[in-house]
Design a protein around this ligand. Structure first.
Ligand code: GLC
Ligand code: CA
Length: 540
């Protein structure tokens, strides 16, 4: 299974939203056996690991991000034998498994919370964050990200409990060492089952200010009350780093495991804070998501500057990762006006940066977002904030496997409707077309998997004055690669001198081209067509 020295640094990781990937029993909801059926496809695509959004037992108020038992699989997704089989078969195919661990909060149906809510005093009480009323009111003015106040009154004890998201998602009290111990045991349960890593949900939120001070006011990006506070007391507390160091040591007692963390930020986010969760000495998370590229306009200069800031924030000790889309944000292709040629450039950028690329299921076929109608809304965010926020259902529609009902193979309606485009844009039609986006992803991933410079080489952006074009070099001990990306629809001329300078040789070879046509050369330049991307190396 060891395709690379360090799998989580060198390979491409693929996020699956299990409800929407493949249904195996015709109930309209994706499940673990469905994922097993699709392992051949994932292997063919060339990815090294899958990250599964939560599959644990859950009342599904937030579709699994509210866990009521960390050790068992929710019946909607299958059972514990299914996950064992998935782990085994994935490993046989050279694919690693990353599970999504929601550690900031549990479901209010978790036995810990049920116990905790029985009243004071008993040991589980301090597993959660309970506070007395202040002057007959809520302990402070913190808001919940999914609407309303962060405090819920409990008539049994006359206290309030804290929930950073829904009231069905009470926050764990990480200041209690028993919580840490209990959670580390849950992690061990899966590590012993040979799970390869964890994606840690909103991991920068786990510790709260001890004195529960109010957050200062902020001019938010949205009208959400949550965005009108500067979250300095209910997230990013310094103690979090100590916990992450211990968590990292814990998982490192097993071989070859990893942690990737979601760091919740307000736009535009501060990459230095994100990087800090990888530890000053790289001893916390192995990888941390920087969401800068989840909202960025498709402009060459902006992409370059944002990438540079990310590299600088990490320094050389910490390994970058890259992500354009996930289950919480509008898919990149839709943000780019549903234009496939732009998606190709973004994909080539993602797969040729230094660091681990993350793909979101369907990204490889250019799956698009479309809002669901009001009566189809499933997401609690959409239910609460429609029409200001349509919710996150648009990016969670069923995977488009084929022209008919390949997702659920039955006449039931899938839990979210297919994108209207699914009949013409799907895996089947794209496999049949060697020039499709899917083949582009597969070819570029294959090149990357065999190319030391692209996997682990240094990166250097080249200075030039060609508008809308990104030029950068990836370089290992033995190899040099030049990447040219045209972010505009206009042709751009690349002087041969720039190529010669980059590759140390005037002659070059094309390793990869986002377009099918021949490259046009003049005596002292090459022409990049609109939205063309090239990967060059030296040689005839
Ligand atoms: C993270 C997840 C999101 C979830 C939230 C609460 O942001 O990615 O889907 O709703 O945490 O757990
Ligand atoms: Ca199912």
């Amino acid at each position: 299974m060891n395709r690379f020295a360090s799998w989580w640094k060198e390979g491409v990781i693929y996020q699956i939203y299990p409800r929407s990937f493949q249904d195996s029993n015709g109930d309209g909801i994706g499940d673990l056996r469905g994922i097993i059926e699709r392992l051949d496809y994932l292997k063919w695509l060339g990815i090294v690991a899958i990250w599964l959004s939560p599959i644990f037992r859950s009342p599904m108020h937030d579709f699994g991000y509210d866990i009521s038992d960390y050790k068992s699989i929710d019946p909607i997704f299958g059972n514990n034998d299914d996950i064992d089989e998935l782990i085994k078969k994935a490993h046989q195919s050279g694919i690693r498994i990353i599970l999504d661990m929601v550690l900031n909060h549990t479901s209010n149906q978790h036995p810990w919370f049920i116990e905790s809510a029985k009243g004071i005093p008993q040991p589980k009480r301090s597993f959660y964050i309970w506070q007395d009323p202040v002057k007959g009111k809520k302990p402070n003015k913190w808001k919940a990200a999914f609407g309303g106040n962060a405090w819920e009154f409990d008539a049994v004890s006359g206290q309030y409990y804290l929930h950073s998201f829904l009231k069905e998602q009470p926050d764990l009290n990480w200041r209690n060492p028993d919580v840490e111990e209990a959670i580390f045991k849950e992690l061990s349960f899966w590590l012993e089952k040979q799970v390869d890593g964890f994606r840690l949900d909103v991991i920068n939120l786990i510790v709260k200010d001890e004195a529960f001070r109010n957050n200062p006011f902020a001019w938010g990006q949205t009208i959400r009350p949550y965005d009108m506070q500067q979250h300095i007391f209910d997230r990013d507390r310094p103690e979090t780093h100590e916990i992450l160091k211990r968590m990292r040591s814990h998982i490192d007692t097993y071989e070859n495991r990893m942690l990737v963390g979601e760091i919740m930020v307000e736009k535009p986010g501060n990459p230095r804070i994100v990087a800090s969760y990888q530890g000053e000495d790289g001893d916390e998370l192995n990888l941390a998501f920087n969401f800068s590229f989840n909202w960025l306009p498709m402009k060459a200069k902006t992409f370059e500057q944002t990438a540079q800031i990310w590299y600088e924030s990490l320094g050389l000790q910490r390994w970058p990762c890259w992500v354009l889309s996930n289950h919480d944000v509008t898919r990149a292709i839709t943000r780019f006006g549903n234009q496939e040629e732009k998606a190709r450039i973004a994909a080539m950028f993602l797969l040729t940066q230094k660091g681990t690329p993350f793909l979101y299921y369907g990204e490889e076929i250019g799956m698009k977002d479309k809002r669901v109608t009001r009566n189809q809304i499933q997401d609690p965010v959409g239910k609460r904030y429609w029409p200001f926020h349509p919710g996150r259902d648009g990016q969670r529609r069923p995977m488009q496997w084929g022209p008919s009902r390949q997702f659920c193979q039955s006449d039931v309606s899938p839990w979210l409707p297919y994108h209207p485009e699914h009949k013409k844009n799907n895996v089947e039609t794209q496999i049949a077309d060697v020039n499709s986006l899917l083949h582009m992803y597969r070819n570029l991933i294959a090149i990357r998997n065999h190319d030391e410079a692209l996997r682990i080489g240094r990166i250097k952006f080249l200075q030039h004055d060609i508008p809308d074009v990104l030029c950068y070099v990836r370089e290992s001990e033995a190899l040099i690669r030049l990447i040219l990306l045209n972010f505009s629809k206009k042709e751009r001329e690349i002087p041969s001198s720039l190529i010669a300078h980059a590759l140390g040789d005037p002659s070059f070879r094309v390793l990869f081209n986002t377009r099918q046509d021949q490259i046009q050369e003049t005596s002292d330049s090459i022409i990049l067509r609109g939205y063309q991307g090239l990967l060059l190396c030296e040689g005839e």
